[in-house]
Design a protein around this ligand. Structure first.
Ligand SMILES: *[C@@H]1O[C@H](CO)[C@@H](O)[C@H](O)[C@H]1NC(C)=O
Ligand SMILES: *[C@@H]1O[C@H](CO)[C@@H](O)[C@H](O)[C@H]1NC(C)=O
Ligand SMILES: *[C@@H]1O[C@H](CO)[C@@H](O)[C@H](O)[C@H]1NC(C)=O
Length: 354
């Protein structure tokens, strides 16, 4: 109901948007990962990719979405989030990428997105690498030719050995309430994002203890990236790569996008990308019971058991039905390989990689 209304209003209005004055344009670059190139043995090169979105805000559509949301959310709305959700991709536009000893220009696709793979030699990687705590990363820039529009992107180095924590965001580290449409809208468009207690403490501890890298894997659309990043930084979560979907109003309405299970394949592919591109890295998978994380993680475990150090699933401690569902979904996984938690303080600090 709610979502159909939002969708129809946006469709009607998009036809009039051509008449308004120039709207603000910008680039968002999503942090990605770099892996050794294993197509050559021994591997002497690295593969890294950039990922971004060049968009133009649409003030008219933003106003319409704001009016529609006011009816449902009944709280102060964050206009910056509304502006990104109603922005349109700049299709087939030139965008130049530099830094990393490479300079190249490319065109955005039909949704205004860019995704290119680069190859760097080991020597180049060593030259450009920057250490932040014990996380190794590289920076690059993307800009629109002849316009003052630019952004800085990050690439997190993920070598063959070591530990990566792959964490979901909504209802794993951030309170979203995905089981209710209204709660999801309220927690997406109004107020400060709220953290699940104790999660940033334990993630920071694990990062130091295991010299680990972090990858945030979420069904959320990349339009939320700047706000999620602000939230993770404010709450002191370790930095890392983000793996998100892209939402367009033409595809679907907002709620069905959030609720659809399309993300099962994209989340599975992302985890496989990490596993396939690293020879001997251990992965810890952290998610929640409220959507399909247990099923996705069980599927991964069935194929790559030796690479999975542990699976942690967030659920309410008194949720017996949830516990039974997990026992069923994880029936082929040894008991010591998975656990549940409600807040960060329920998670073990040491000696859980088995
Ligand atoms: C950077 O690129 C230049 C020219 O492509 C090359 O000569 C130089 O060796 C590269 N730097 C490193 C550290 O490989
Ligand atoms: C990972 O490798 C497996 C085969 O080992 C393949 O079936 C799968 O499609 C690969 N996935 C990705 C995302 O590369
Ligand atoms: C693989 O990782 C394990 C520990 O995670 C380590 O003991 C082993 O030496 C590694 N093997 C190779 C070939 O690097």
């Amino acid at each position: 109901m709610i979502s159909t209304f939002l969708y129809l209003s946006l469709c009607l209005l998009s036809t009039t948007s051509a008449f308004i004055l120039r709207n603000k344009e910008n680039i968002i670059l999503i942090p990605t990962a770099a892996f050794r190139d294993h197509s050559k043995v021994p591997s002497t090169d690295w593969l890294l990719y950039n990922k971004g979105w060049y968009y133009e805000e649409n003030n008219v559509q933003a106003k319409i979405l704001e009016k529609s949301l006011e009816l449902v959310v009944k709280k102060d709305l964050d206009n910056n989030r509304i502006k990104l959700f109603t922005a349109e991709g700049e299709k087939n536009k030139d965008l130049c990428v530099d830094g990393l000893n490479r300079s190249m220009c490319t065109k955005t696709d039909d949704e205004g997105r860019i995704k290119n793979t680069f190859q760097l030699t080991d020597a180049e990687l060593k030259q450009f690498i920057q250490a932040e705590g014990n996380t190794a990363k590289l920076f690059y820039q993307a800009s629109v030719p002849n316009r003052n529009i630019r952004a800085t992107g990050e690439v997190y180095v993920c070598d063959d050995n070591g530990v990566t924590f792959i964490s979901d965001i909504d209802d794993t580290i951030k309170i979203t309430g995905v089981t209710s449409n209204t709660e999801t809208l309220i927690n997406t468009f109004s107020g400060e994002f709220k953290a699940v207690s104790g999660m940033s403490d334990i993630y920071q501890y694990w990062q130091k203890q295991y010299t680990a890298t972090f990858a945030y894997l979420t069904a959320s659309p990349d339009q939320l990236y700047p706000f999620l990043r602000e939230f993770l930084d404010r709450e002191n979560f370790p930095t890392g790569s983000y793996h998100m979907r892209h939402f367009t109003w033409l595809d679907k309405n907002f709620i069905s996008f959030f609720m659809s299970s399309d993300y099962i394949k994209s989340k599975t592919d992302t985890i496989e990308m990490f596993i396939n591109n690293t020879v001997n890295r251990t992965f810890v998978l952290i998610g929640d019971i409220f959507q399909k994380d247990p099923d996705i993680y069980a599927g991964i475990y069935a194929k790559y058991s030796s690479r999975i150090g542990k699976i942690f699933i967030r659920k309410y401690s008194n949720d017996e039905t949830g516990q039974q569902r997990l026992e069923q979904v994880f029936k082929d996984i040894p008991k010591q390989k998975w656990g549940t938690f409600e807040s960060g303080s329920d998670l073990p600090r040491d000696n859980f990689l088995v």
